[in-house]
Design a protein around this ligand. Structure first.
Ligand code: SAM
Length: 241
């Protein structure tokens, strides 16, 4: 993997300045991990983002990809609803991507990942999963990895902070022969398309206490017990991510 140059650092800083104004669930460290994996791809690469929302992660990925002559497919159905919003969220997404000057590198596919996957044939070089966080959707989203070459990155948000996502990872990655766990930035986990070693599996299991802590914090927040969550180091009204 090529290391980021000072010009890449500058690209990241510019993109993050805009991305950080976009509502969403991505920390600076997580954005940097996404950026660094995207900037390491060969020119002409194609990355897929599942779950774009208002474009916080899209802006970061597209900035890194565009600099190298690569492209981002951003997939989100923008369903109307209380949680994520519909047409207005799509308008915000388009506005943020335009503000960041990366619109020409982004191909929006307004579709559910699970509906688009069966008919998909285009090769991909990086996969970022941050769509619906239930076990079944995450399990299906991992199947997009068949379009990736050996060594490619699979990044999964809320990997060790959501019950559905973590159970899906344990079922499909912990015992997989083709995906191995590398590391995480908060809940953003980096997997790679390569046969896992025992140590990779052990490292993934070692994240489970952190997952239990995060699920516990979510329960405490639902019960309005924020002072108790503070005792385990979570000083925020939001779920850990
Ligand atoms: C957690 S948000 C994504 C956040 C975004 N990556 C960011 O950085 O702010 C999840 C998004 O996934 C979308 N979504 C839900 N189900 C989906 C699916 N099956 N395929 C693609 N996107 C989906 C939702 O509409 C929502 O916008």
């Amino acid at each position: 993997m090529s290391q980021p140059t000072p010009a890449d650092d500058a690209t990241f800083e510019r993109a993050w300045t805009i991305a950080d104004t976009v509502p969403g669930w991505l920390t600076r460290d997580q954005a940097r991990l996404l950026h660094d994996e995207a900037q390491a791809l060969d020119p002409g690469a194609v990355a897929l983002e599942i779950g774009s929302h208002q474009g916080r992660s899209t802006v970061v990925l597209a900035a890194a990809l565009g600099r190298r002559g690569s492209r981002l497919v951003a997939m989100d159905p923008f369903v109307e609803g209380r949680l994520f919003g519909g047409a207005t969220t799509r308008q915000k997404f388009e506005r943020h991507v335009a503000q960041a000057g990366v619109a020409e590198y982004v191909e929006l596919v307004p579709e559910y990942s699970t509906r688009a996957r069966p008919g998909w044939s285009r090769p991909l070089d990086l996969l970022y999963i941050d769509g619906k966080h239930d076990y079944w959707t995450l399990s299906d989203d991992l199947r997009w990895a068949v379009h990736l070459p050996p060594g490619a990155a699979v990044l999964v948000h809320d990997a060790f902070s959501s019950i559905g996502v973590t159970l899906g990872l344990l079922r499909h990655v912990l015992f997989s022969r083709t995906l191995s766990y590398e590391r995480r930035a908060g809940s953003l986990a980096l997997f790679r398309v390569r046969p896992p070693r025992r140590a990779d599996r052990v490292r993934m299991v070692a994240e489970l206490p952190w997952w239990v802590r995060n699920v516990g914090i979510k329960v405490l927040l639902r019960l309005r017990l924020r002072p108790v969550a503070r005792l385990v180091g979570h000083d925020s009204p939001y779920d850990p991510y």
